[in-house]
Design a protein around this ligand. Structure first.
Ligand SMILES: Nc1ncnc2c1ncn2[C@@H]1O[C@H](COP(=O)(O)OP(=O)(O)OP(=O)(O)O)[C@@H](O)[C@H]1O
Length: 306
């Protein structure tokens, strides 16, 4: 469990993280979502004890990260994944890390298997592709078999197979009862990986919702109705809380009535229907709507006043 309370970080005039409060529960994947510059990395760095908060607290299983006796066993971190500049092989890199923290070589082999690195484990890690570098970063994070995993943009730069692999791995870790917290600026990716979302914009909490709720919010409750009797159907369906908009001569957009209700109404009056389609805004649209005022730079690089 990660608990963040009134967490704030200021860099001079700039408030990167603004009084954030949320919890990340074990057993599910929680996505940390926000546009570029929203404060995700800064928040994660404070949770991991790499940045000192200006105000507020961040704890992992009840304690600040740095106060855990064996932090690597408690929290696995992948922050700002970069290619590892090392002439060591992946295996030796992991062995060195393991030795520093008192983990055995057997665990090194386990994480190599878990992250699909066996074929390249003896190659120089400095020459790894971005995808292999990400796998090595994840392998390092999992070395201590931690109960909590925090990953900053783990799918950045991965090919579709790599994205799928990370998704399945993280879901598996959560299913084992671990706390899994990962950041992304891609709603579409998060909706497939996470069950719960913490959405931030300009350092502030915008939403703390399940993906399911987010999907429900995205639905616009509008039905497209195509009928040769569109005008008549429009009159029949009209009511105080119903909106009827003519899109084309035979096409209506109806709000406030469900598709089955419209279908049954048409059947009762013997009117033909050629199309009856409930419309849903995409999750990406819902996310953009939610964060519209929080995007730092709009197209054209015009900065929105703070
Ligand atoms: N060391 C620093 N000094 C000054 N400003 C900083 C520093 N680190 C971050 N910031 C600013 O704080 C804000 C939040 O940055 P942060 O990297 O946490 O956002 P993010 O949501 O992770 O964005 P991205 O998706 O682009 O990584 C940004 O405006 C950034 O420019």
């Amino acid at each position: 469990m990660i608990t963040v309370e009134n967490l704030t970080k200021r860099y001079g005039e700039k408030t990167a993280v603004d009084s954030l409060t949320f919890t990340v529960r074990p057993g599910i994947v929680t996505g940390f979502l926000g546009p570029n510059g929203a404060g995700k990395s800064t928040t994660m760095r404070m949770i991991a004890g790499l940045d000192v908060p200006t105000a507020g607290t961040a704890t992992v299983n009840g304690r600040p990260y740095a106060e855990h006796a064996a932090p690597l066993r408690e929290v696995g971190l992948l922050l700002e994944a970069k290619a590892i500049h090392t002439s060591r092989s992946a295996r030796n890199h992991l062995r060195a890390l393991a030795a520093t923290h008192g983990f055995g070589d057997r665990r090194v082999e386990e994480v190599i298997d878990l992250t699909g690195l066996h074929d390249v484990a003896d190659k120089r890690a400095g020459g790894f592709s971005l995808g292999m570098g990400q796998r090595l970063g994840i392998a390092s994070a999992l070395l201590g078999d931690p109960a909590t995993v925090i990953l900053d943009e783990p799918v950045n730069g991965l090919d579709p197979e790599g994205v799928l692999w990370v998704r399945n791995l993280l879901r598996g870790l959560a299913a084992e009862g671990r706390t899994v917290f990962l950041s992304s600026h891609l709603m579409s990716e998060m909706s497939l990986t996470a069950e719960h979302l913490i959405v931030v914009g300009r350092g502030r909490l915008i939403a703390d919702v399940s993906v399911q709720e987010m999907t429900a919010r995205a639905s616009r409750d509008v039905v497209l109705v195509r009928s040769p009797d569109a005008a008549r159907l429009g009159e029949l369906v009209a009511g105080p809380d119903v909106s009827v908009t003519g899109v084309e001569r035979d096409l209506l957009e109806v709000g406030g009535v469900s598709a089955p209700e419209i279908g049954e109404l048409a059947a009762r009056h013997g009117l033909a229907l050629h199309e009856l389609t409930p419309q849903q805004a995409s999750l990406e649209e819902a996310f953009m709507e939610l964060t519209r005022d929080a995007v730092e730079y709009r197209a054209g690089l015009e900065q929105v006043a703070a």
